[in-house]
Design a protein around this ligand. Structure first.
Ligand code: HEC
Ligand code: HEC
Ligand code: HEC
Ligand code: HEC
Ligand code: HEC
Length: 402
């Protein structure tokens, strides 16, 4: 009997302790796991948009039934493939990729399966999600689609507010200026120790020589006089291919290209003697880009390759220069070096080598623009056919060494 009471007493004590601990840890838990609001622009999608009156849906395909040129041009752009891109999909699937990756790649909420309302304990890997009733999977495939830039509050946002359109139009040129581009093309944030988001194209442009003269739109969406819908009067229009580096992806094999660099080979002496080196200099100037080249994604780089071949076509000397950034990602993300070329900057890339035998030699010069290294491609399990680089300058010279 006594024993039982004692047991009961112990039990009551034990239960009290347990309740105390549970309440305590609940309070700690509650404190730590408080839902925090989203604060950064790229943590928030553009709120669900309604289809403007007169249109069937928000899709680019539908806009394309009338705006045929705009649609065909946009189709070739990387914007159209910002979601379907194999590299993006591979990276997105990694556990280290937080929820907000999608906000610049499928920026409309209608393209997103869930609405994120906050972060548990402020942790970017613990978004609070609710199902999005307006989710449209077809629209998701279109990446940065027409509606991302042009649809707001039941209107088409345009530069003139034309009354000729079958859909409501709101004149808002300020919404369609370079700030729109910079909202995605300039983000510098260390998100986690091993994840840094570094696109500084906007800042590079602001400190460069083109600021106030040319902007993202004048260079990347050049003006053209044309009908924007067949049968309507010609007016000022803009190409929508968003030509950039021109390094294609699987589904943008016809990606239109811009070149930032001007290439100027210095004069060469093609006849030389054994005691003198074979000498050649390529002057490269970042002449046409309003920002550094490469810009944006830190994985981009440019190689200047030299190969000297003898008369048997054997490579006797190789030389390579790299223009780009180098990053360490583990244990903390840190930029190790950066020799991207500033706008207006020029550099000399020299080949200088003696040979040991007389004869004829061929010097091959090639400049290649790279999306990423072979290692990164393999790490992301991109198949061998995924385009990783393009050649932007090729020349060869025949030297006679006596
Ligand atoms: C049924 C045909 C049709 C469809 C579909 C259509 N548009 Fe239009 N749109 C027009 C016509 C017509 C004009 C006026 C042409 C003119 O002013 O020369 C126009 C004008 C515009 C303008 C210029 C507005 C301005 O301020 O000058 C924009 C931008 C635009 N449309 C975007 C879109 C987008 C984005 C979509 C799809 C979400 C779309 N349109 C769907 C026919 C269409
Ligand atoms: C990344 C943003 C972006 C996307 C995506 C985009 N546009 Fe535009 N669009 C613009 C900007 C910026 C302008 C205005 C340029 C100016 O007037 O300075 C414009 C202008 C237009 C105009 C007015 C005429 C002209 O060419 O200037 C039409 C029509 C138009 N866009 C249709 C479309 C259609 C259709 C799509 C999809 C197939 C599309 N846009 C995708 C940014 C975009
Ligand atoms: C909603 C975010 C967003 C907006 C707004 C946006 N971009 Fe982009 N842009 C991207 C993303 C993401 C990519 C890369 C897509 C990919 O590689 O899959 C890209 C790619 C590009 C490229 C191609 C880069 C290359 O590989 O060469 C150019 C050029 C470009 N954008 C210019 C512009 C211009 C000009 C504007 C403004 C009119 C603009 N962008 C607005 C997100 C955006
Ligand atoms: C004076 C013209 C000019 C201006 C202004 C300009 N760009 Fe560019 N941009 C270029 C050229 C040329 C290239 C191609 C560089 C190369 O790969 O050789 C380029 C390349 C790019 C790329 C691909 C970068 C890479 O390394 O592959 C992106 C993204 C881009 N521009 C976005 C922008 C944005 C955003 C702005 C506005 C802040 C802008 N550009 C302003 C001319 C310009
Ligand atoms: C602030 C907007 C923004 C956010 C957030 C963002 N991206 Fe991007 N992403 C871009 C832009 C802009 C480009 C094009 C860069 C360029 O070409 O210079 C791009 C390009 C890419 C590319 C193509 C790279 C290439 O070489 O063409 C991949 C892959 C990618 N992003 C993955 C991601 C992942 C994964 C996340 C989340 C960790 C993410 N992005 C978050 C804006 C963003």
């Amino acid at each position: 009997m006594n024993v039982k009471i004692l047991k009961n007493k112990n039990l009551i004590l034990l239960i009290s302790i347990l309740i105390f601990l549970a309440a305590g840890s609940y309070m700690i838990f509650f404190k730590e796991e408080k839902v925090m609001p989203l604060t950064k622009s790229w943590e928030i999608a553009i709120p669900n948009q309604k289809t403007p009156a007169g249109l069937v849906d928000l899709s680019a395909k539908n806009c394309g039934t009338c705006h045929v040129n705009h649609y065909n041009e946009w189709k070739q752009s990387t914007h159209a493939n910002a979601w379907t891109d194999m590299q993006f999909q591979a990276e997105l699937k990694k556990e280290s990729s937080p929820f907000m990756c999608i906000n610049c790649h499928i920026p409309l909420q209608n393209q997103q399966e869930y609405i994120v309302t906050g972060l548990v304990g402020g942790d970017i890997y613990k978004p609070v999600k609710v199902k999005n009733e307006a989710f449209d999977r077809t629209l998701q495939q279109e990446g940065i689609t027409c509606s991302s830039c042009h649809v707001r509050d039941g209107h088409i946002v345009g530069p003139t507010g034309t009354s000729l359109a079958p859909h409501p139009v709101k004149k808002a040129p300020a919404m369609l200026d370079e700030k729109l581009c910079i909202s995605c093309h300039n983000a510098t944030a260390v998100i986690t120790p091993t994840l840094a988001c570094t696109f500084e194209t906007g800042d590079e442009w602001k400190r460069g020589p083109f600021y106030g003269k040319k902007n993202c739109i004048s260079c990347h969406m050049p003006e053209v006089e044309r009908e924007i819908v067949m049968g309507y009067p010609k007016r000022k229009s803009h190409y929508h291919t968003f030509a950039g580096s021109g390094i294609p992806k699987h589904d943008t094999l016809t990606a239109p290209m811009l070149n930032g660099y001007g290439f100027y080979p210095e004069k060469v002496a093609l006849n030389t003697t054994l005691d003198k080196p074979i000498n050649y200099t390529l002057r490269i100037k970042n002449e046409f880009a309003g920002h550094r080249v490469p810009s944006g994604d830190p994985e981009r780089f440019v190689l200047v390759n030299y190969q000297l071949l003898n008369s048997k076509n054997e490579v006797v000397v190789k030389k390579q220069y790299r223009i780009g950034e180098e990053w360490q990602w583990y244990p903390v993300a840190k930029k190790i070096s950066d020799n991207n070329m500033d706008p207006g900057e020029e550099r000399l890339y020299e080949f200088n080598s003696k040979v040991t035998e007389k004869g004829t030699y061929k010097l091959k010069v090639e400049v290649t623009k790279h999306r990423m290294t072979d290692e990164t491609a393999a790490y992301n399990k991109l198949d061998k056919t995924y385009p990783k680089f393009i050649s932007v300058y090729e020349k060869s010279y025949d030297f006679v060494v006596k």
